[in-house]
Design a protein around this ligand. Structure first.
Ligand SMILES: C[S@@+](CC[C@H](N)C(=O)[O-])C[C@H]1O[C@@H](n2cnc3c(N)ncnc32)[C@H](O)[C@@H]1O
Length: 550
């Protein structure tokens, strides 16, 4: 976790400014000659004011702008004068003002442009937190403390748009998938006639890992107007800024229904793949993960360095009888099998492969245990939150192992691990129980491009491109389990350890899909779709898939 005091002032105010070519593009699409009233809710030094002026908005038009930082607001004022637009710039909190305007009789705008601040809710001062929450409440959107300043900024902006008005903003790429923005996605889906995301391959802002996209949205003219839904335009470089903005807005096929009401990742897929996924959803051999297995979080120790130790530490403190095998990192289990051999290998290479389980009355009568616990108390581990809420602090609760484990995070694609060693898993992994088929079959059927693709659609990723799945997302995964498929876990394990993921998903995965009658063309389409989303997450170009299906 990052602490507020370690963050730069620029990050704490969300002060990354929009490059002029992007601001010009947005202003051109958003503002036209008819546009009279424009809002820039967080204008920084006024980049968008210049762009709106260039876009040629109405000569009698006025820009209303907010900027919390007075020095930046002053620069914006100077810029407005330079470019010859009439602007009212307030060095004040936009959300406080927006709350006053939301009711009947409040101000409304023809166009709203900008790039709202990216500031975690927990980093906002208390009064700002309060106002952010009020925006959600007033608009009847579900609030969560996981939110970020940009979410209430967009919510309030959409609410302040006139019917038929246009909003164009640079927003974090996570708008597409992050769970805390679900109420914003639904609100946009309800309020807007058409929504288009321009999704670049590369990062637009130096000094931040946070990817950004352009959100273009046109508000419905009336509540009864039917929405067209959402479209995504993928772009490779900044050439698109020279294209006709209106044509770009009309270009993607917009999709509605499931896509707009959930994560928007589905809009990244072609119509043919979406149709195929919908058909597979109805296929009797394709299951929702929660229908075939249970997912539970791993063991929460509260002090991993103390409870998860190498064999050297076990020997040094004489704790053999309390040490149990455990795994929790991808380097602990590079394949799909965690067995005695893998465990020995990890132990010999000095990895923390032991979980120390101190349980039962009188445990501290063992001299070695007492000495080790004293050591933990000298480090004040018993005062840590997760330790102090249990009694005694050194007895970790909910200790059990399952036949299958799964790491929370993955680089390429998630996999299940058959836990033959009966090892424990910590909170970097999940404990999984198969309910319908043998554990080995579940593990093998998971390694398919279909499940990997659905993990890209359901999961989340942050800067750095690592895919993470929480239990509720794992429960939604699609897993094909054909009756006629005979698992061979030893071979699959060897393949995963030695071959690239793309090859394994194409070859082994195709055997599973073939066993349920999916033809070669469709199998290849699923592989391609997974590869494209995986590459988007890693921010690398999607080269044509080279591996041929076996
Ligand atoms: C990402 S920058 C964008 C600036 C400008 N819109 C641009 O695109 O270049 C966000 C700006 O929001 C300002 N800001 C942060 N919180 C604000 C608030 N509550 N009200 C108004 N402005 C705010 C920051 O100071 C920062 O200048």
């Amino acid at each position: 976790m990052n602490f507020k005091e370690n963050e730069s002032a620029q990050k704490l105010r969300g002060g990354y400014y929009t490059p002029s070519d992007l601001a010009d593009f947005i202003a051109t699409w958003t503002c036209g000659h008819e546009t009279r009233e424009v809002l820039e809710p967080s204008c920084g030094d006024g980049q968008f004011l210049g762009s709106v002026a260039k876009a040629g908005f109405n000569a009698e038009g006025v820009i209303t702008a907010f900027e919390l930082d007075s020095a930046e607001a002053k620069k914006a004022n100077e810029r407005a004068a330079q470019v010859g637009v009439t602007a009212q710039i307030y060095d004040d909190d936009f959300l406080a003002w927006a709350l006053e305007q939301l009711g009947e009789g409040g101000r409304r705008f023809d166009a709203i442009v900008g790039n709202p601040p990216f500031i975690r809710y927990q980093y906002l001062p208390e009064n700002f937190q309060f106002r952010a929450e009020q925006i959600f409440r007033r608009l009847e959107c579900k609030f969560t403390k996981h939110t970020n300043a940009w979410v209430p900024f967009i919510l309030a902006s959409v609410a302040l748009l006139r019917p038929g008005g246009r909003l164009g903003m640079v927003v974090p790429a996570e708008v597409i998938h992050v769970t805390h923005a679900q109420s914003l996605r639904s609100f946009l889906g309800d309020e807007c006639k058409r929504i288009v995301i321009i999704d670049p391959e590369e990062l637009w802002f130096d000094g931040t890992l946070q990817g950004a996209v352009i959100l273009l949205a046109e508000k419905k003219r009336s509540a009864s107007e039917k929405g067209e839904g959402l479209g995504i335009v993928s772009v490779r470089n900044r050439e698109f800024v020279h294209e006709d903005a209106e044509e770009l807005f009309r270009r993607p096929r917009a999709i509605n229904g499931k896509t707009v009401s959930g994560k928007w990742t589905r809009a990244l897929l072609g119509a043919d793949v979406l149709l195929m996924l919908d058909a597979l959803d109805d296929n009797a051999a394709v299951h929702k993960f929660s229908d075939v297995a249970d997912v539970d979080v791993g063991i929460v120790t509260g002090a991993n360095k103390f409870f998860l130790v190498s064999s050297d530490v076990v020997a040094r403190y004489g704790l053999d009888e309390f040490a149990h095998p455990m795994f929790g990192r991808s380097e602990h289990c590079p394949g799909v099998l965690y067995d005695e051999r893998q465990h020995q290998h990890n132990a010999e290479s000095g990895k923390p492969t032991n979980f120390l389980w101190f349980k039962g009355a009188g445990i501290t009568s063992n001299k070695n245990v007492k000495k080790y616990i004293d050591l933990g108390e000298a480090q004040k581990l018993h005062t840590r939150f997760k330790c102090r809420i249990r009694s005694p602090w050194y007895t970790v609760p909910s200790v059990y192992s399952t036949e299958i484990g799964m790491l929370k995070r993955s680089h390429n694609s998630p996999r299940l691990i058959l836990n033959k060693a009966g090892a424990f898993t910590t909170d970097t992994a999940y404990r999984i129980r198969s309910r319908k088929v043998a554990a080995e079959k579940l593990v093998c059927c998971f390694v398919t491009p279909l499940t990997s693709l659905s993990a890209e659609l359901e999961g989340r990723h942050y800067g750095g491109g690592v895919l993470e799945l929480v239990p509720s997302e794992i429960e939604k995964l699609m897993i094909p389990i054909p009756d006629d498929f005979e698992p061979d876990i030893e071979t699959l394990d060897a393949e995963i350890r030695t071959r690239p993921t793309l090859d394994v998903l194409s070859s082994h995965g195709s055997k599973v899909l073939e066993a349920m009658g999916i033809g070669e063309g469709d199998r290849q389409r699923i592989v391609d779709a997974w590869w494209a989303l995986r590459n988007r997450r890693h921010r690398v170009s999607t080269e044509p898939v080279v591996a041929e299906l076996d």
